[in-house]
Write a protein that binds this ligand. Structure first.
Ligand SMILES: [Fe+2]
Length: 195
């Protein structure tokens, strides 16, 4: 049997503890500047992407709540290769830390009843991105790997009404959670067919 120091993987890397992540996020939102405090927590976490991936394996498309309360939601979110989520908002601040694959973000700003482009940002393992509570973005995983990320939101992600934009030109409508869950199921079927 190989012995490893406490808190280390047998292979030698540091362990990542999901409960500890949630506890540090809960402490961070009580700080004077909660968003920057959460960013620092995420930056420390994804600085060792392999350790996060060992604890939260990015093997299939999924949205897994790690913590949900009125002030804080922490999710494991995995996008399969090529998966796309169209423009949507959150109505609360968000922080995203990527630990495998990649998330390419396209940002928008509201223009009357539609949206106009407002920049892009590609996130790769070790990257952390902050989104303001008025952010509108679309996400795709352009890599050949499942894209694993920790998403932290400053509120109850599941109890807050929000919008998505569909069609040409993009038209605002209530966010359809069932459609998102169906897209994960379809993406996983596609992924299973490729393996
Ligand atoms: Fe989002």
């Amino acid at each position: 049997m190989t012995c490893a120091p406490v808190g280390m993987h047998p292979e030698g890397g540091a362990m990542f503890d999901v409960e500890e992540l949630v506890a540090t996020c809960q402490a961070a939102i009580d700080e004077t500047d909660p968003v920057l405090a959460v960013r620092d927590v995420l930056e420390r976490a994804v600085a060792d992407p392999d350790a996060v991936a060992a604890a939260l394996p990015p093997e299939r498309g999924e949205l897994v709540p790690l913590h949900v309360s009125e002030r804080l939601t922490v999710l494991k979110l995995v996008w399969t290769p090529g998966m796309v989520l169209g423009p949507h908002d959150h109505r609360m601040w968000a922080a995203i830390g990527v630990y495998s694959g990649g998330e390419d973000n396209r940002f928008y700003r509201r223009a009357g009843a539609t949206l106009v482009d407002s920049g892009t940002r590609s996130l790769r393992p070790r990257d952390v991105c902050l989104l303001g509570d008025d952010a509108v973005h679309a996400v795709t995983n352009p890599t050949g790997e499942c894209a694993g990320a920790i998403h932290v939101y400053g509120g109850n992600f599941f109890a807050t009404a929000r919008s998505e934009w569909r069609g040409v030109p993009p038209t605002e409508q209530p966010f359809d959670v069932d459609r998102l869950l169906a897209s994960f199921a379809a993406a996983n079927e596609e992924l299973a067919g490729e393996r």
